[in-house]
Design a protein around this ligand. Structure first.
Ligand code: FAD
Ligand code: SF4
Ligand code: SF4
Length: 478
């Protein structure tokens, strides 16, 4: 092993510099700076090159992390890029948005008492450098093949499948109801976590490599699933989950109570330069308002931090459990606290007050009770603790469920689980409809970009296997 490695005993962990909270709350730029070449190399050299790398085991893409860390430590960046891009369609995006503390870095085993290797920041550094140096190429195949696939959904799952099949010469058409490519990477995740140029340059590369995009096309309305099945050898459904979980109660119909994704999409569109009437007329704009965000997940964190940047008067996150029991990443909570968000832990909404427009959230204080069968502590209201949290904009961030796809696609034979996710045969990712596959959030439920990539890549392999096997007897008979 190169002497250069195993430096964790000598070098402490250094994460990328974070912009000061007072500065970063004034704009939507990414908050983490990029590593310098020296720091990337030094931090990569902390890896102890484990024989059984638990970082890789816990990366959904099972990437060869020790290999690209070693190459980075040795300054062999182009090779590091080759290795990392062989297993990841969007390494620079995962380096930015993966919850590394729960995945690769959270399972890095360098000796107890030392902090993990900063894997995500190095991964981002490698591919950002590759873009600058021109090493990232369009997925142009060396030879064309006649097989064609329709991919419904231009999010990470659909795009990962598209790139993989196109590289192998397939004729790939991606249909999306949105006007831009990227799914939630464009219209969900805010700029301060993932600047949009990073997604747009990928989309441009894919188009340059021959992937066809049919945008503003809602499958089920503008074209039917049957038509796509007739036109292509296979179809991949990668439509994500978009039905917002709602909260009822008195006053739920008041103006000024909005779903999280409407709010974030308006903000992202505005940042992209689109005319957004709901932003301009204030309906989806927190400027000057007292904002309450209901929920404790990562979407709620994105909303509170967006509201701060839009110039809200005050921003409170209302969550019915405590900090230790919230589903969102603690790193994001810390970022939000630094930026001036107030957290009202153990507070549950019961309704809304106001006349015409909301003026407050009717809430009650909670305490943690006994664990249920899953081991999670239950929450119970504290008698006589009702209060009103003032608000003139309430954002509901309670999670997402799948839309009714069999109805949307007029295809009753498309089986779904009791959660509404599309059912696939786990062995080959095919739905009950022959030649129709599914991947990403629409199969897993709301998940992560990196799992979308994994599913998309796996689905591409299964689609190729299915179509080539089907074509083989016909070719043999010719
Ligand atoms: P999507 O990205 O949702 O893409 C689905 C695409 O299908 C969309 O473009 C949609 O327009 C299209 N579509 C849907 N129906 C149709 C139709 N009928 N016809 C045509 N097109 C259709 N994950 C992380 O790893 N890190 C994060 O920091 C993170 N932050 C998030 C923040 C927010 C606010 C949200 C909502 C999610 C976040 N996620 C994050 C989760 C992550 O974005 C998703 O898990 C991931 O994008 C799922 O990929 P997908 O390809 O399955 O679906
Ligand atoms: Fe870690 Fe995500 Fe990269 Fe895997 S893809 S190594 S989990 S940052
Ligand atoms: Fe290196 Fe940590 Fe992975 Fe071991 S677990 S190979 S030390 S990054």
């Amino acid at each position: 092993m190169a002497e250069r490695m195993l430096q964790f005993v000598r070098l402490s962990q250094q994460t990328p510099d974070k912009r000061d909270a007072a500065v970063r709350r004034e704009d939507f730029g990414e908050i983490y700076q990029r590593f310098t070449a020296e720091r990337a190399s030094a931090q990569a050299s902390r890896c102890s090159q484990c024989g059984v790398p638990f970082c890789s085991v816990h990366c959904p893409l099972n990437q060869n992390i020790p290999d690209w860390l070693k190459l980075t430590a040795e300054g062999r960046l182009e090779e590091a890029y080759e290795v990392s891009s062989a297993t990841n369609t969007f390494p620079e995006i995962c380096g930015r948005v993966c919850p590394q503390d729960r995945l690769c870095e959270g399972n890095c085993v360098i000796e107890k008492g030392f902090e993990s290797v900063t894997i995500g920041a190095v991964e981002r550094y490698i591919t950002d450098t590759a873009w600058e140096k021109g090493w990232v190429k369009p997925p142009t195949p060396s030879r064309e093949v006649a097989h064609s696939v329709a991919i419904i959904g231009a999010g990470p799952a659909g795009l990962a499948a598209a790139e993989r099949l196109r590289k192998r010469g397939w004729q790939v058409t991606v249909y999306d109801r949105y006007d831009r490519v990227g799914g939630l990477m464009i219209y969900g995740i805010p700029n301060f976590k993932l600047e949009k140029d990073v997604v747009i340059r990928r989309a441009e590369q894919f188009a340059a490599g021959g992937i066809q995009f049919v945008l503003n096309c809602r499958v089920g309305e503008d074209v039917t699933l049957d038509e796509l099945r007739a036109k292509h050898d296979a179809v991949l459904i990668a439509t994500g989950v978009y039905k917002a979980r709602d909260i009822g109660g008195a006053g739920a119909e008041l103006n000024g109570i909005v779903p999280a994704l409407d709010y974030l999409t308006a903000s992202n569109r505005e940042g992209l330069g689109d005319a957004v009437p709901e932003f301009e007329n204030g309906a989806l704009n927190a400027a000057g308002k007292t904002v309450v965000v209901i929920g404790g997940g990562d979407t709620a964190m994105d909303c509170v931090r967006t509201a701060i940047r839009q110039g809200a008067k005050a921003v409170t996150c209302l969550y019915r459990r405590d900090k230790a029991n919230m589903p969102g990443s603690l790193r994001e909570v810390k970022n939000a606290e630094e930026e001036g968000v107030r957290f009202a832990w153990l507070c549950a909404p019961e309704g809304f007050v106001g006349e015409g427009a909301v003026t407050g959230v009717q809430a009650v204080k909670m305490h943690l009770g006994l664990p249920d069968a899953t081991g999670r502590q239950q929450v119970e209201p504290i008698a006589g603790s009702a209060f009103v949290e003032p608000a003139d904009l309430v954002i509901k961030a309670l999670g997402f469920d799948p839309e009714d796809l069999p109805a949307m696609f007029s295809e009753p034979a498309l089986s779904v689980s009791r959660w509404g996710t599309v059912k696939v045969d786990r062995r080959n990712m095919m739905t009950d409809l022959p030649g129709v596959f599914a991947a990403g959030d629409i199969v897993r439920g709301a998940s992560l970009v990196v799992w979308g990539i994994r599913d998309g890549r796996d689905a591409a392999d299964q689609i190729e296997k299915y179509v080539t096997a089907k074509a083989a007897p016909a070719m043999a008979a010719e």
